[in-house]
Design a protein around this ligand. Structure first.
Ligand SMILES: [Zn+2]
Length: 65
């Protein structure tokens, strides 16, 4: 009997594909950014630095692992 339990550690940081809630532009943001990130199209602030994990103000479509 083979029993394997592989615990996958939560990555500290990841890239996220997000969609701007204002103009629906899709953009990749870094989840641990230490700068504010603005939408390239409408300059809406889609991610805010918090000192740790960024606060995402956009629709997260998926993670890019
Ligand atoms: Zn936008």
């Amino acid at each position: 009997m083979k029993k394997e339990r592989i615990s996958i550690p939560q990555p500290q940081s990841t890239f996220l594909l997000v969609k701007c809630p204002k103009c629906e532009n899709e953009q990749i943001v870094y989840s641990m950014t230490n700068t504010d990130i603005e939408c390239k199209v409408c300059e809406n602030k889609i991610a805010e630095k918090t000192g740790g994990k960024a606060k995402i103000n956009a629709v997260i479509l998926r993670r890019l692992d």
